[in-house]
Write a protein that binds this ligand. Sequence first.
Ligand SMILES: [Zn+2]
Length: 727
Amino acid sequence: MKIIKRDGSEENFDRQKIKNAIRKANEDTAGKPELSERQIDYISLVIEDHCNEVGRAFSVEEIQELVETHIILQGAPETAKRYIRYRFTRNLARTANTTDNQILSLIECNNEEVKQENSNKNPTVNSVQRDYMAGEVSKDLTRRILLPEEIVKAHEEGIIHFHDADYFAQHMHNCDLVNLEDMLQNGTVISGTMIEKPHSFSTACNIATQIIAQVASNQYGGQSISLTHLAPFVQVSRDKIRRRLSAEMAEIGVQLTDEQLCSMVEKRVREEVERGVQTIQYQVVTLLTTNGQAPFVTVFMYLNEAKNEQEKADLAIIIEEVLKQRITGTKNEVGVWVTPAFPKLIYVLEEDNIREDSKYWYLTELAAKCTAKRMVPDYISEKMMLELKVDQNGNGNCYTCMGCRSFLTPYVDAEGKPKYYGRFNQGVVTINLVDVACSACRGGKDEKKFWEILDERLDLCHRALRCRHERLKGTLSDAAPILWQHGALARLAKGQTIDELLYGGYSTISLGFAGLWECVYEVTGHKLTDAEGEKFGLAVMQKLNDACMGWRNAENIHYSLYGTPLESTTYKFAKCLQRRFGVIEGVTDKNYITNSYHIHVTEPIDAFAKLALESKFQALSPGGAISYVEVPNMQQNIPAVLEVMKFIYDHIMYAELNTKSDYCQVCGYEGEIEIVNEGGKLVWRCPNCGCEDQSKMNVARRTCGYIGSQYWNQGRTQEIKERVLHL
Ligand SMILES: [Zn+2]
């Protein structure tokens, strides 16, 4: 069994150490010691058993909490007091110097917490380490200087989560919908170099990847681009190819019929589209941004976004190529085709592609095959979205979300036209709903108290969100020219602040929420899937929405409710809950809490019932949310995938299917790599050869909207292990 030390490194559980510490507190007395040697031995054994039972690595703090509890249970209050005092004194000494050990241990690759923090960053790589070092410094400044103490405390106690403190020291925001159309059509500037409107599709793809790289280095969240913005360049290439080909044929004196010429031109157009799409795929996965990772980019595929039928037909060619190449995959270090994590793909289900007799049904079939093999694309239902995203003119809107699932609010510009691209999200603060519930129900179930505490916590979140907003206010456009001056988000002048973009709905700011499932269960004793649980859950969501709307109306800032994709924070929240409230069955008894409004991963429910129920909650999560269904290997059952997609079209705005296609480099096994409990720690193991070396297995799992492939912390790993299938 392993213990995670304060600096993040690991060591073996040692019962003797616990005994020594208790003995010291016990013996340091003027009178007779309270505990016998046998009692001390007993306490250490109970703790060892407990840790073994829970089946994950404990932190030093958690062990100390347990020791305190058990000293008291043995009827030794004075000893407990002394033990706590020793701990406190040692803690004081530690706070004087918070970052040194963190940084040193991460450089030596001993920092388990950092190692498992982001499943898309490899912490042994130099460039990633540099990013993490900057992150540690930013977190330290944030904690000690930039944030009010009450927010730091609430964050540390897991009452709220103040996201991205590792980037808070700088004036950076979260995520973007890149205005690729403006940049390609009207030109842009990259690193001081003018980039004009491209003269071919493949050049447009090249420029797009340069833009993606630049944008990724200037914010910390995801970015989305639309293939529609590349589609006009297919015609540009077609005209060019036709001109060239005609000239070449004339030169050698060959007479082609119009039909022959057309067919030759189309063949070359296809080749060019293939090259362009390949450029984007390979550039995106091989780029390393200043954040030490591949850009978190999402590619949007929406036929109806095309301006005319010709553009739509060309867009269909691009979409087809993107899907085909994703099905193939990318080659890993040993030349095996694997599932790339990026770009994330979103495919819009619409009248033109949703039925067997729809014109573009073949694309939907291809998307289904792609999902079965590569977990992407995710699906947006145009029909549902038009109903949910109504702008101030009363029109429905369909547009892409950010890769993290953040949805902007509908917005129309000064001319009254809907605007999606060029907009962004300021940042996120998440409320831990489980903590609200447990705080309210300490003395038994108490719904009234729940609403009171929820009000207080929402005020706290609001103050924290204000800090985020204030941090961006006054930022000069020069901080990120590609974003603010050269079209990705705006075309502000040099020296101008971005302030005008922070108000009136041009950007949003997100109140995240987590653990609705556990919250409902703690307060009502019902599951979210029961009628009563559902009713209470919806009331909680409505309350959160009302809070956002109140702040929005008062400040002209678009607060929006967001189903946070918790990665390592799910583990942190769970640990904090256990520390504050002990183990409550069905509420705090896991290493994770349930994301957003999701139905608990262990709850048996079929895909259709899950999507139908969750759609009611998704409608109340306008700042973003995704529902998923967990499925086995579906590659032999494409009709079933298509059935789910049709159901999504009619019932829910945004959903995805979680499939499995892992690979073991040692034995070549393709399928699902398993999670096993080994000596109290969860490890990944190849079911074929027993390999447990994470660096020799390619595992891809969706954890928070993104596909992760660098493994996860213990809390998330337990959650992945416990997922039940929905099909
Ligand atoms: Zn193997």
